[in-house]
Design a protein around this ligand. Structure first.
Ligand code: FES
Length: 70
């Protein structure tokens, strides 16, 4: 699903960046350009990023690693 229409950034793009260690909307904006045009997508993008980070944390726990995303 497209989250940012202006920059064509999808929820899968956001999940990918979360897996790569992106932890904030600012980082996401730097990586993708998301939210830098009309800005209407930032609330939704923040929610998707938070959900993606929780998913990454769950995977790390399942793998028994003691890493934390900060
Ligand atoms: S929809 Fe993301 S900047 Fe316009």
């Amino acid at each position: 699903m497209i989250i940012c229409v202006c920059r064509r950034v999808s929820d899968r793009d956001i999940e990918h960046h979360a897996r790569q260690g992106c932890t904030s909307l600012d980082e996401l904006q730097m990586e993708t350009g998301l939210g830098t045009c009309c800005g209407r997508c930032t609330d939704c993008a923040t929610e998707v990023l938070a959900r993606s980070q929780r998913t990454v944390m769950c995977h790390l726990h399942v793998e028994g690693k003691e890493m934390a995303l900060t």
